[in-house]
Design a binder for this molecule. Structure first.
Ligand code: SF4
Ligand code: SF4
Length: 233
């Protein structure tokens, strides 16, 4: 590829003296300074437009954001998790441990299924927030919520047990930060079998005809050429 020629810029006298350019830069700096000073006296948490006043001023989280895990309850307050372990099997980081159990006598109403998780642990130090566990759960029990402040002083606190996962759900529900349910993926109805078979047969016959036509075309051309030669003679 040919290189573009280097064109040396011709500077004007004002540019060579620099004073005008310095004045222009100072004007821009002053403009931003006064804008920010005026903005900082405005009411509201997000006063200075160039920076977010965290933690008072928080950004809105996208509904698809994947944060801390939570175990959901249904409308009757029953635990949805049945302890099947599908989430643990789908986890690429192997950070979920589930033990299945049966509800104790008289406690069946606390659970939506016939079985429940006797213990549930998520090691947040290993989690990569891929969301596979959420997708694999057949009951919609495990969800990655919108909590992103996950730092702890002790590593043991980063292993979330069942109580903490349920508490995460309760807090998110109280604060109105529950994730909207996932949209169902539209699936096209399969074509009727008879029509499909008929279509295939029609395609096959069409391709056969085309092949025959291709084979016959050079013969017909040869015949025409022979006729033309005879006529000339
Ligand atoms: S988000 Fe991914 S890495 Fe984290 S627990 Fe779920 S499946 Fe495992
Ligand atoms: S969270 Fe879902 S996938 Fe995991 S054990 Fe419970 S029901 Fe099964």
């Amino acid at each position: 590829m040919p290189r573009r020629p280097i064109v040396k810029k011709e500077y004007t006298l004002g540019e060579r003296v620099y004073l005008v350019e310095i004045a222009k830069g100072l004007r821009l700096t002053w403009k931003h300074f006064t804008f920010n000073v005026r903005a900082s006296f405005r009411k509201g948490p997000h006063t200075v437009p160039t920076c977010w006043q965290y933690p008072e001023d928080r950004r809105e989280i996208a509904p698809i954001f994947r944060g801390a895990h939570m175990l959901q309850l249904n409308d009757k307050g029953q635990e949805l998790c049945v302890g099947c372990g599908m989430c643990a099997r789908a986890c690429p980081a192997k950070c979920i441990t589930v033990k299945r159990g049966k509800p104790a006598e008289g406690e069946e109403d606390k659970y939506a299924g016939k079985t429940m998780c006797a213990s549930f642990e998520v090691d947040m130090l290993r989690c990569i927030f891929c969301g596979n566990c959420e997708k694999a759960c057949p009951k919609g029990a495990l969800v990655l919520g919108q909590d992103y402040e996950l730092a702890e002083y002790e590593p043991e606190k980063c292993i979330y047990d069942k109580e903490r996962l349920l508490a995460n759900f309760q807090r998110a529900k109280a604060e109105g930060r529950l994730k909207p349910p996932p949209k169902p993926i539209p699936v096209d109805a399969p074509p009727p079998k008879k029509k499909a078979a008929a279509g295939k047969a029609a395609k096959a016959s069409a391709s056969e005809k085309a092949a025959k036509g291709k084979a016959a075309a050079p013969k017909e051309a040869k015949k025409k050429d022979d006729k033309a030669d005879k006529a000339k003679e």
